[in-house]
Design a protein around this ligand. Structure first.
Ligand code: NAD
Length: 260
């Protein structure tokens, strides 16, 4: 039951973030949505969640590349919805390319969106959570926060960075009733992965079916995608009181990938 709680979820117009937002709303929590996309589709999702769940759902369009906008989104949650209990740093992008050809602007963008935005949001959220005496910060990292794959230098570097940030924030806030943890999903079927399948097919010069079989699900021993419901499971545990001693660590939800 998340009634009376407020969650900010970055990158929640699609995929994992949207699934987590729906999970919060379904349990009675208020939500600030964020992310890119078609404004009318975002508004439809927002209104639908509000109506179906009887909660308050707001949208803030902060671009995760800009620290001031990220901080403004956190202030907006407190201003509009009165508090902030759960921060999910989830927004992320990918680019697949050999290191010597990796575009510098893609590197900067991935570091900003996948790593620095979590710093700016956390920095803004912590004073609010400290004043409330409780808080939950959840960073959506990746199996690529723990192990690497070729052609993903920026993503792997950023996700390893997210886990470093998670550990540090967990240590700093351990006495404040605030926990900070990372979730490390394996492959989940969302738009970010659909795009990768196409990119990998291009990079390797093979069909999309072969990419799925030989590259994407090669590393995932279960040979199937992780579902967003399975990520909702660990999320609900971490935000609950039962999760109070889970702190500063990374939870692999990857079908056994990182057991290799
Ligand atoms: P997705 O593409 O469906 O969602 C990404 C979200 O981030 C979208 O809402 C998008 O609008 C938002 N976003 C992108 N750039 C932004 C920007 N500049 N400002 C604000 N929002 C921005 O992908 P997803 O799979 O749901 O990814 C969510 C997170 O999960 C990412 O951090 C991703 O790295 C991570 N992850 C995904 C997988 C997977 O297999 N899908 C696996 C491990 C980790």
């Amino acid at each position: 039951d998340l009634r009376g709680q407020v969650a900010v979820i970055t990158g929640s117009t699609s995929g994992i973030g949207l699934a987590l937002a729906r999970a919060v709303a379904a349990r009675g929590g208020d939500v600030v949505l964020n992310g890119l996309g078609d404004p009318s589709e975002i508004e439809r999702n927002r209104a639908e969640m509000e109506a179906a769940c009887g909660v308050r759902v707001r949208y803030h369009g902060a671009d995760m590349r800009h620290g001031e906008e990220v901080a403004d989104m956190v202030a907006f949650a407190k201003h509009e919805l009165g508090r902030l209990d759960i921060l999910v740093n989830n927004a992320g992008v990918q680019h697949v390319e050999a290191i010597e050809k990796f575009p510098a602007d893609k590197w900067e963008q991935i570091l900003a969106i996948n790593l620095s935005s979590a710093f700016y949001a956390t920095r803004a959220a912590v004073p609010i959570m400290k004043a409330q005496g409780r808080g939950r910060i959840i960073n959506v990292a990746s199996a690529h926060g723990l192990v690497a794959s070729p052609f993903k230098s920026a993503y792997v570097a950023a996700k390893h960075g997210v886990i470093g940030l998670t550990k540090t924030v967990g240590l700093e806030l351990a006495r404040e009733g605030i926990t900070c943890n990372a979730i490390c999903p394996g492959f989940v079927e969302t738009p970010i992965v659909d795009k990768q399948i196409a990119d990998q097919a291009r990079t390797h010069g093979i069909s999309k079916d072969r990419v799925l079989e030989e590259i994407i699900l090669k590393s995932q021993p279960t040979k199937r995608f992780v579902t967003t419901d399975e990520l909702v499971g660990i999320f609900l545990y971490l935000v609950s009181d039962l999760g109070a001693s889970a702190n500063g660590t990374a939870f692999s939800i990857d079908g056994g990938w990182t057991a290799h």
